[in-house]
Ligand binder design. Structure first.
Ligand code: ANZ
Ligand code: ZN
Length: 861
């Protein structure tokens, strides 16, 4: 018997698959049903580690399984190739972003190929190639034509020393990552995609996505954040303010118009138009606004910061009572970008308003009586009541429920022309401008007379110039005079190219359509081909993309449908979504506190030491494999030692796919031993498969039953994304096969059948080993092209029956017996049953009547 040698076998089978073209999706419709399985395409950051391989292994199991089930499977791969790390590499290591990216792609492609993934490499795309981003530019122009693109001012993080825009992740504690200078907010003209046009559709569409994790749907729903409420206008108390500010009063957005009688102040964002107008003349207000701008601007930072405000010395009137004046403040917890950037404070019903009121001594009037509370004694101390209840202290709203009072208040506002029902969304339009080089150029030319002019389609792509330098901060496109200066396509006057590039999330918003049809040169994809493959039946990726990427892609498919580029009425790109857990590994730190890779650490007599220094190592938490903590196991190293199948089997074992799985040397050893054990079971087989199974022994029959049950169970486990249970079932099956000793030729045939089924069941998981087994068993062709096995229903039938036991006509117990058990066996089992024995106490058994497989009747007296 030989050992199985993956180093020899794996490359050999990979070239067999490539030669036979088994991994290609049909280029034209076939009579087989289609199945599109996709893993989120990788960013070419360097090398793949074992952690990354889990997501591809899962997709590959599905792809290979569905292919065996008779589907025409599309399983493509490509590269999300634009992005900041390439530019950082250029700055730090003086390599061109393109060269850095292409080199990484080459390395990673090689690694994915070594994993033996059933991928259709003919469809490979890299988003940084002009033959991809050319189409993206055309899509951008289509969206522009359709009114789905807008140019408007937006704030950016500006580094005043480096004179450049910074991405959020380049701002560390409010300072520029390179210069260390405090970052300021600047307004720049930027490009937006109007995703908010689809807010309702994106929210309502979530209901259909019944093969998505609930938590992802919930996260998307929260992100879209539809709130129903009202716009309410508080007129200025001093009519002169109408002229001063150019409006009738201050309009707020509220979800709780039922609490209007609890209002005690209005608060404006620190950069609300009125705050800004007042700041011009009042240095204190000006300072307050600047302080707010300097502190964090994310919703989360604002939420955490202590409440702060300034009285603007403006008064407004209550919409339901012209004699009731309210002060207007500016407050740091009011976001300028949400609702109208203004609120009315109703401190008894809102915690932030309450904290603010306590700090600045503003009145707190409870207006919602919680269920079961007593109006005479209920009061608000330091916790607002934000739940529903019965309205009181509220004149005409008194006695109404929260819900009814909201309706009633809106009615009254409409009557007085001071407000109306309104829906507000947390979702903002998608700012796609990036002031960076390594991205898809925005195909627009700015002309002094014609404005922003689209680049004519026949001039696409607007290619990124290669000759750029990264020695100065900022976007090298801004400095590239030769590229920037062009003539206006409309009037022919000298004009300038847009130097912003598109957010890389744009590239990943439609790549799955290009995969379905990567050949056309004159359009992003062939509509019929894209339609044939869409939607993606199974998408696999990380939960970190639960919101942005998945929402943007859902927006894109809707927008492309509305632009007539594809007919996809549901608008949904991904019918099924699976978010996989991570591979984790212990972390190690040297005495000097630097992270150490597992390969830099060695176990010496139970003590972990740093190989280089011989000094002890501190073992830290088990965390997801990541470069930053160095706790990664390189995939090439792993494959060199154990083979690709072992990596695939390991990452799918032990832990449900949605949970994390820990990488341990012990676990890997176990997999290696299992691979060898499985091979030896197959290699040690002495019969021939396909022989006559008539006359099989009881043990042989039991083996066949185990085999067919395993076929059923593994099939169900794959269908249900429970790969770890499939692995466990295969383990049990291999154990049964190891114990089995054939008693005759029929048994050998049964053994052969079981080994063939085993081979087929492991083939989606360990495809190379499966081919070796298939060949060893003398089967025709390759297992990658074989149909998935069906369990024989006759062998799945349960072969025990339950018999009722009666004593003197009364049911006293039940016994479980093999089907067809004889009278003696049934009689003995019935008399041994504890319940029956109890009821026979003190009696003599006179007669036992057995109806085989049905009932045992005992007559006693
Ligand atoms: C008065 C009120 C009384 C409110 C009450 C709540 C409770 P969601 O549900 O998230 O949409 N709000 C409105 N615009 C705001 C802004 N720009 N910055 C900060 N807060 C803002 O929240 C809507 C509620 O958040 C609104 O309803 C408003 O406060 C506040 F007992 O109005 B409410
Ligand atoms: Zn012009």
């Amino acid at each position: 018997m030989s050992r199985y040698n993956p180093r020899e076998a794996e490359p050999r089978w990979q070239s067999v698959w490539a030669d036979q073209g088994v991994d290609h999706a049909a280029r034209e419709a076939t009579d087989r049903p289609k199945y599109y399985v996709l893993e989120m395409f990788p960013y070419p950051s360097g090398k793949i580690h074992v952690g990354h391989s889990r997501n591809y292994a899962m997709g590959d199991v599905v792809a290979r399984y569905k292919r065996a089930k008779g589907f025409d499977v599309l399983h493509p791969m490509g590269w999300d190739a634009f992005g900041l790390p390439a530019e950082n590499a250029a700055r730090e290591r003086n390599v061109h972003p393109r060269d850095w990216t292409l080199k990484n792609i080459e390395v990673m492609r090689g690694q994915l190929k070594r994993l033996g993934l059933a991928l259709d490499w003919d469809r490979e795309i890299a988003t940084c190639e002009p033959d991809y981003y050319k189409h993206q530019q055309a899509i951008f122009l289509k969206f522009l034509e359709k009114g789905l693109v807008e140019r408007r001012k937006a704030k950016v993080n500006w580094d005043p020393v480096d004179n450049t825009v910074l991405a959020n992740e380049q701002v560390i504690d409010g300072k520029g990552w390179r210069s260390g200078a405090p970052v300021v907010q600047r307004e720049l003209d930027q490009w937006f995609l109007k995703i908010t046009d689809y807010a309702d559709s994106l929210l309502d569409g979530l209901d259909q996505l019944d093969r998505w994790p609930d938590k992802v749907r919930l996260m998307q729903a929260n992100w879209i954040g539809r709130s129903r409420g009202a716009h309410v206008t508080f007129p200025f108390a001093d009519p002169a303010d109408r002229d001063r500010f150019g409006c009738e009063g201050i309009t707020v957005f509220t979800t709780r118009p039922d609490t209007l009688f609890g209002a005690s102040f209005l608060a404006l964002a620190s950069d609300h138009a009125i705050t800004t107008a007042l700041a011009a003349d009042d240095p204190l207000i000006g300072k307050f606004a600047r302080d707010c701008a300097a502190s964090g601007t994310t919703a989360e930072e604002i939420e955490k910061a202590p409440k702060k405000g300034i009285d603007l010395d403006v008064k407004v009137l209550h919409p339901f009572d012209p004699d009731w004046e309210l002060p207007v403040w500016s407050a740091n917890f009011v976001l300028s970008s949400y609702g109208t950037g203004a609120i009315f404070g109703s401190p008894a019903g809102d915690q932030r308003d309450l904290e603010f009121s306590r700090k600045y001594d503003l009145p707190v009037t409870p207006v919602v009586l919680p269920p079961g509370a007593d109006a005479a004694t209920h009061s608000i101390d330091d916790e607002a009541w934000t739940g529903p209840g019965t309205i009181y202290n509220s004149r005409f709203l008194d006695g109404l429920s929260t819900e009814a009072a909201i309706e009633r208040a809106i009615q009254e506002l409409e009557k007085r022309k001071l407000g109306h029902g309104a829906t507000n969304y947390r979702l903002r339009d998608w700012l796609v401008s990036r002031q960076r080089y390594w991205g898809c150029p925005i195909p627009v030319i700015h002309c002094d007379s014609c404005g922003a002019v689209p680049v004519p389609e026949d001039q696409l792509p607007v290619e990124l110039p290669r000759d750029v330098t990264f020695d100065t901060p900022g976007n090298p496109l801004d400095r590239h005079e030769g590229w920037r200066h062009v003539d206006c396509p409309k009037c022919g006057q000298p004009a300038k190219r847009e130097t912003d590039t598109l957010d890389t999330f744009v590239c990943s918003s439609w790549y799955f359509l290009r995969f379905a049809s990567p050949w056309p040169e004159d359009k992003p994809f062939d509509p019929a081909e894209a339609q044939r493959w869409m939607p993606v039946d199974q998408y696999v990726g990380g939960i970190e993309h639960a919101i942005l990427h998945l929402l943007y892609a859902r927006f894109f498919t809707r927008a492309l449908h509305d632009c007539g580029l594809i007919d996809l009425p549901s608008g949904e790109p991904f019918a099924g979504l699976f978010t996989q857990g991570m591979v984790t590994h212990e972390t190690y730190k040297s005495e000097t506190g630097k992270w150490l890779a597992p390969t830099e650490v060695e176990d010496r007599d139970g003590q972990l030491i740093e190989i280089e220094t011989g000094r002890p190592v501190t073992v830290g938490a088990i965390e997801k494999m990541s470069k930053s903590k160095k706790n990664v196991v390189d995939l090439d190293d792993f494959i060199d030692t154990y083979g690709a199948d072992a990596a695939r089997w390991f990452v799918l074992s032990d832990s449900p796919p949605e949970r994390d799985v820990e990488y341990t040397d012990g676990g890997v050893d176990g997999v290696w031993r299992f691979v060898q054990r499985l091979w030896s079971v197959v290699d040690g087989f002495e019969g021939t498969s396909g022989g006559d199974m008539n006359g099989v022994s009881p043990e042989g029959l039991e083996l066949r039953k185990t085999a067919h049950r395993t076929v059923r169970d593994v099939t169900e486990a794959i269908e249900g994304f429970r790969f770890n249970s499939a692995v466990a079932k295969v383990h049990d099956f291999v154990n049964a096969l190891r114990k089995f000793l054939p008693a005759n030729e029929a048994d050998k045939a049964a053994q052969g059948e079981s080994l063939r089924l085993l081979t087929q069941l492991i083939s989606p998981f360990m495809p190379h080993l499966a081919e070796a087994c298939w060949e060893r068993l003398g089967q025709d062709g390759i297992v990658a092209a074989a149909a998935w096995p069906e369990a024989d229903p006759a062998l799945l039938i349960d072969n025990t029956v339950i018999l009722a036991v009666q004593v003197n006509g009364k049911r006293r117990g039940e016994i479980e017996l093999p089907k067809g058990a004889d009278r003696d066996m049934a009689e003995k089992a019935a008399l041994d049953d504890p319940g029956v024995a109890r009821s026979l106490e003190g009696l003599n058994v006179r007669k036992v009547i057995v109806v085989p497989d049905r009932i045992v009747n005992i007559v006693a007296g």
